[in-house]
Design a protein around this ligand. Structure first.
Ligand code: ZN
Length: 245
């Protein structure tokens, strides 16, 4: 059975294929991550090639067959190219890092509508140039951690369930999560967690729009998220995008 599917997608990767085609990896609103071939994308007669550039939001019509690894695109229409992001290295760095997270951490054909809406919103906000791209990225990283099944509990000790928000000393265990002072003290090894860092992560997990942070603290948050995901997803080797720029 084949079906014609129209869907909004974000282009994650693009490679040239054969004489004139491109294969793009996309994150689709309806179908999650998938690979799509655009025949004749580089043949000059059509403009499909630039509309399918990495980071673009496009509307894609695909001719879909189950059990086929790469689907065929019959129509490609550009919705947004996020030109401001592409002309500013600092903006580009964090937008590209978000695409890298999706590319490596989301399974093929697994629908994640909330993450899709989130990435479109993230790119729009970064493109507007009004917000700190690093802060926006850290917020999206935390959303992604939750959505792929590794939600961190910020309210209770993972061992005794005691309220930890007001504890002045807490620790973090990669397997269990946050631990209260008593549970931390009972352990042989402790990773005491800075309260300032905990409070910032707690803020990122809410809809609050005002934060108190320093640039350095935000870097520490991002490294903490990377290490947490590395622990749970051993294939993940950390964000290459953040190392390059
Ligand atoms: Zn406890």
């Amino acid at each position: 059975m084949a079906a014609i599917v129209k869907s909004k997608v974000i282009v994650l990767r693009k490679i040239e294929y054969g004489d004139s085609s491109n294969i793009i990896s996309v994150f689709s609103e309806k179908q999650g991550k998938m690979s799509v071939i655009i025949k004749g994308a580089r043949s000059g007669k059509n403009k499909k090639t630039s509309s399918s550039d990495v980071m673009n939001l496009i509307e894609l019509v695909t001719y879909q067959k189950e059990n086929r690894e790469v689907q065929y695109a019959s129509q490609v229409d550009l919705i947004s190219g996020f030109q401001k992001i592409k002309s500013n290295l600092e903006l580009y760095k964090y937008a590209a890092a978000a695409l890298e997270l999706i590319y490596f951490l989301i399974m093929e054909n697994e629908t994640h509508e909330k993450l899709f809406r989130g990435i479109v919103r993230l790119l729009e906000l970064i493109d507007s140039g009004k917000n700190n791209p690093k802060l926006l990225f850290a917020k999206y990283f935390l959303l992604l951690i939750e959505e792929i099944g590794y939600k961190i509990n910020f309210s209770e000790c993972a061992s005794c369930m005691k309220d930890i928000i007001n504890e002045n000393k807490i620790s973090f265990d990669y397997e269990l999560g946050f631990l209260c002072k008593n549970c931390s003290d009972e352990r042989m090894e402790n990773n005491y967690f800075e309260k300032e860092l905990f409070n910032l992560i707690l803020c990122l997990s809410t809809k609050k729009s005002e934060y108190q942070y320093t640039d350095k603290l935000l870097d520490t948050v991002i490294i903490f998220f990377e290490n947490y995901i590395k622990y749970h997803v051993p294939e993940f080797k950390g964000l290459q995008t953040l190392k390059i720029f």
